[in-house]
Design a binder for this molecule. Sequence first.
Ligand SMILES: Cc1ncc(COP(=O)(O)O)c(C=O)c1O
Length: 398
Amino acid sequence: MSNIKIAQKVQNLQSSAIRELLKHSKMEGVISLGGGIPNPDLFDHEGLQIAMDKVLTHAWKDAFQYGLSEGDPGLRQLICQLLLKRTIICDVDDVIVTSGSQQSLDIVARALINPGDIVVVEKPTYLAALQIFQLAEAEFVSVGTDADGMIVDELEQLVEKTCIKAVYIVPTFGNPGGVTLSDERRKRLVELSRRYNFVIIEDDPYGEINFTNETFKPLRAYAKEMDNTENVIYTSTFSKILTPGARVGWVIVPDWLKKAVVNLKQATDLHTSALSQSLTYHYLLTGRLGNQIEIIRASYKQKCQILSEQLEKELGDHLTFHKPKGGMFLWARFKYEMNTTKWLSKTLSQGVVYVPGEFFYCNQPDCSTLRMSYVTVSDAHLKEAVLRLKHSLNALPS
Ligand SMILES: Cc1ncc(COP(=O)(O)O)c(C=O)c1O
C-alpha cells in the first residue's frame, strides 16, 4: 500500500448510498423502488436513431471535432426555445451547455463558494448536491419543507440573522421530497435573495414531468419579471426527458458569473461532447420532444397513482406522504419512530428495496423517512412491492 494520501477534502466524501443500493436492486427477484433513473423503455429509440443518422451523414465533421466551451450555438438557440415554453425568456448568450446538471452544479459551486460560505438546502435535499457543496467546503444550514416546498418563513428568520451565500433548491417535483414550491413562496424567495444578497441555485430536472394542469413557473422566470436575474442561477437537463446517457444539460448564470463559469467549464473538460450535443440538436429538430414528454408524463403519472393508492390501502396506518404533482419520487414518513436504514435488511429479505431517507439530510436526519421511485417498476410490481413492504413490517418483532 502506498503512503501517499488522497486529498483531505476527498477523504470525507461519502460514497453515494443510492449507488451502493443499486447493487441490491440488481439481485434476482428483488423489486427496486430505490432507483433514481428514468425508465429506459421510454427513451425515444426511433427518434434518437433518426437524429444519430443525421449526425453521422450530415454533421459528422463538427460532431467529431472540438467545439466551443459555451456549447454549440445551434443547440443553445433550441434550448432558448424550449425554455420559452417554461416561461423563461433568455438569449443564446445566457445559455451554457454542460455535461448534465450535475456538472452545472459542480462548476457553479466552484465558481461561487469559498470554504466556510453558508449554503442553505432543503430538508431533505438532493444527495449529490450535498457532495458537491461539501467538496467546495461549504457550511450547510437546512430549512424545513412541507407540502408547499421549502418553508420560506424559516429561511427569512435565518437570513435576518445570518449571512448566507446561496440557497440550493429543487423547487418543482423535488428529489427526494417530491414536493413543489408554491407560487407565493417562489416570489418571496426571489425577493429575499435580493434583499439579503444571496444567490438562488435553481435545479430543475423534473419540471416538465408534470402530472397536473397547473403550471409551475421557474424561479428564473419570476426573477426576470421582478428584474432580479442577478440573483438566480438556473440549471436543467435532457437527462429526464430525453436520455441521461448523452450527458447534456445547461446552466443560465447572471452576467457577473458568466466568465468564471465558462473558464471553469473550459478547465474541466474543454466542452461537452460535441457528438452528444449534435445528437441532442438533431433530435430537437425532429420536433418529437413534446410528444415524448407527454408519453413520459402519462406513464409516470399512472405509476405514481398506483403506488400512492396501494400505499394508502396497505400501509395507510403506518406511513404518511404528500402525493407528488410530478417527477419521479414519492417521499414517505412513518407515523411513528422507525429506522428505515435498519428496516432495509428486512425488506430486502422480502424482496423489495427503497432508499432510506437519512441520506438526504445535511444534518439531523429524520431516520423514519424513505424515498421510493416508481418510474422503472411495472404496474404489477408496484403493487407487489407495497405488499412486500407490509410483510416486512409484520415480520418485525413487536
Ligand atoms: C435534483 C437533481 N439534480 C441534478 C441531477 C443530475 O442530472 P444530470 O443527469 O443532468 O447530471 C439529478 C439526477 O438525478 C437530480 O435528481
